[in-house]
Write a protein that binds this ligand. Structure first.
Ligand SMILES: [Zn+2]
Length: 255
């Protein structure tokens, strides 16, 4: 059947290069939204039939042309494969700090910048975030090959619910946060909790100083217990109350 496109979609031009038309762009990569279904089934096994929300994820129609969306798609593909590798490797690992060889930190940072940028141009209903002066910086980092600016860095944490966990239990759209005295955003995709630092300050000690990924030829990551994170606690509570998990997954918290 022929797809019928709404008029405003035909008229809108790409926010990055100005080309027309724009296409459907997923805010969280679709493959990452889909991975959650496995974890979700697992998480609600004790309550069969009570939890049946679909997780295809949210998208925007008017932000990117096919070429620009594809550019992000390449970074997203690498991130999906990388996060799968981390989950597999971390299955046998205790809490601690590790390195994934052969994956450059900057390539994952460009992926994170792309996701955050998409949320900065998303509709309010889809959980738009305000990046301020970092909107332009993240756009350049995601869509061009400029060096990742020093104010932009991230830490990756594999959250495990139990000893042999290699699954994805939830994803979460970006929400503003502050860690170790610096500003940034937290998000959860592919079973990996990410804190993206958007701040010129560089903490002298702590996890950000030791395990941040910018400029690293091999990818640092930290294995942690999921129970210590609200990304685990809140969905568990919602599942228990039979609440709408999707409203938590797709939107940032109300400020
Ligand atoms: Zn474009």
């Amino acid at each position: 059947m022929k797809e019928i496109r709404p008029v405003e979609n035909i008229l809108s031009s790409c926010l990055v290069c100005g080309s027309m038309p724009t296409i459907k762009s997923h805010l969280i990569p679709r493959a990452m939204a889909r991975e959650v279904q496995v974890g979700k089934a697992h998480a609600v096994a004790f309550k069969p039939g009570k939890f049946s929300y679909t997780q295809s994820g949210l998208y925007e129609q008017n932000i990117l042309c096919a070429a620009c969306d594809n550019k992000l798609g390449l970074a997203e593909k690498l991130a999906i494969q990388t996060f799968r590798r981390i989950r597999k490797e971390a299955k046998a690992l205790p809490v601690g700090e590790y390195l994934l060889s052969g994956i450059a930190g900057d390539s994952i940072l460009r992926f994170i910048c792309g996701v955050l940028w998409k949320y900065s141009v998303a509709s309010k209903e889809n959980g738009r975030i305000a990046l301020g002066r970092y909107q332009d910086i993240l756009q350049k980092t995601a869509f061009t090959s400029i060096d990742v600016p020093s104010g932009v860095d991230a830490i990756l944490c594999r959250l495990k619910r139990h000893k042999d966990d290699d699954e994805v239990f939830a994803y979460r759209a970006p929400s503003p946060d502050r860690k170790e005295g610096v500003n940034g955003y937290r998000l959860l995709v592919g079973g990996i909790f990410i804190f993206l630092k958007l701040d010129r300050q560089i903490p002298a000690r702590g996890a950000l100083a030791r395990a941040s990924i910018r400029n690293r030829p091999d990818l640092p990551y930290v294995v942690l217990h999921a129970e210590d994170f609200e990304e685990y606690k809140l969905p568990s509570k919602l599942i228990n109350n039979d609440g709408r998990l999707s409203s938590f997954l797709d939107k940032q918290e109300k400020q």
